[in-house]
Structure formats: C-alpha cells, structure tokens
Design a protein around this ligand. Structure first.
Ligand code: ADP
Length: 190
C-alpha cells in the first residue's frame, strides 16, 4: 500500500499534483481543505465552526481534522493507498495519522515537500482566487497569514518525517508537467 503525504505551503500546487498522482498510482485523494469546504457548503455545524478559522487564514483545530480523517480511514480498509493533501498540518496531526495508519498496518510511505518561492506562492494564490471564488485566496493579508502559519505550525513536521527517513524535497518551480515528472520519479524509488 502506498500512502503519500503531499506537503508544502499554500499555493505550492499540492492539489494539482495530487490529481496527477491519483491517476498514475491509482490512489485515493484525501484533501482536508476540500472536505472542510464541502462541510461549509452544506452548512453543517462542523463547517460553520471551520469557516471562522479558514476565513482568517488560521488552522482549523486538530480535533476536527483528525476526526474527519479517522472516520474515512476506519471505514475504507481496502484502498490501494492514499494521497494526503493538506494533512497533516501540525506535528500533533502527523502523530495522530501514524497512530491510525499503524492500527491498519499501513504506514506513511513518504512525505513529499513541494518547494516554491514566496513571491510565486502569492501570485499563484491571487490568480487562483480570481477563478476559484475562494475568499482566502483573494486577500493578500490572509494569504500572508496562511504562509506565516505554515512556517510556524506546519514546517516542524519536516523534522518529524526526516527522523523517520521519509522526507523528500521536490522542486516545485516550473511547469505542472515538469513537477509531476520529478514527483513521480521520486515516488517510483520507494
Ligand atoms: P491551501 O493549501 O492553499 O492553504 P487547503 O485547501 O489545503 O488550501 O486549506 C485551506 C484552509 O483549510 C487552511 O488555510 C486551513 O484553515 C484549513 N485546513 C485545511 N486542512 C487543514 C488541516 N489539516 N488542519 C487545519 N486546518 C486545515
């Protein structure tokens, strides 16, 4: 079973590359951002709570996102593997993911960090904001906050996976195809 964690700052291209990887390696895509936006669209209590954090560019509490991932993984034990996109985003989430996956005896295979320069991130997000309708992509101060939260809360996960020899750095600059090729060449070495 192949369990890939796609890692990187907002705007690094995790969703775009996940689409490519699910096709190539026949994996299931789990994006906590997409799951949360679905809850918001359906106006569930969870969605309403999550929205107050997401609108400002803060992380949704660990208990909410861990619970969402847990319920999916416990109900689908037959999958060939998963791509985790936007999860884990804190060390507590990374540890919780290991506990859940170890119960299923299907550990994380590797964590792939898409590395992109900050100016490029802001440009990509503002561009996406024009078409996606996502309000968190339309305001530079919210974007800056998300990047700061990434540096403070999410970056420490790198060491967590480095210690397990599961960290892979991928150059996330260039065309979608070039990055996809770098990623799939690295995944193929696992
Ligand atoms: P991006 O990678 O561009 O920030 P996402 O769709 O992954 O887009 O996330 C959008 C927002 O959803 C985040 O800014 C955060 O508020 C919330 N979110 C998504 N995943 C998580 C997570 N694992 N933990 C906490 N908050 C999350």
């Amino acid at each position: 079973m192949l369990n890939l964690v796609l890692f990187g700052p907002p705007g690094a291209g995790k969703g775009t590359q996940a689409d490519f990887l699910i096709e190539k390696f026949k994996l299931i895509h789990l994006s906590t951002g997409d799951m949360l936006r679905k809850q918001i669209a359906e106006e569930t209590p969870l969605g309403l709570e999550a929205k107050s954090y997401m609108d400002k560019g803060f992380l949704v509490p660990d208990s909410i996102v861990i619970g969402m991932i847990k319920s999916i993984l416990q109900n689908d034990k037959e999958a060939k593997g998963y791509i985790f996109d936007g999860f884990p985003r804190t060390v507590a989430q990374a540890k919780a993911l290991d506990v859940i996956l170890n119960e299923n005896e299907t550990p994380v295979s590797g964590m792939f960090c898409l590395c992109v320069e900050k100016d490029e991130l802001v440009n990509r997000l503002l561009f996406r904001g024009k078409t996606s309708g996502r309000t968190d992509d339309q305001d530079v101060s919210i974007i800056e906050n998300r990047i700061q939260v990434y540096n403070e809360k999410t970056m420490p996960i790198k060491d967590y996976y480095l210690e397990q020899n599961k960290y892979y750095m991928i150059d996330g600059m260039g065309s979608v195809e070039e990055i996809a090729e770098r990623l799939s060449n690295t995944v193929a070495t696992l």
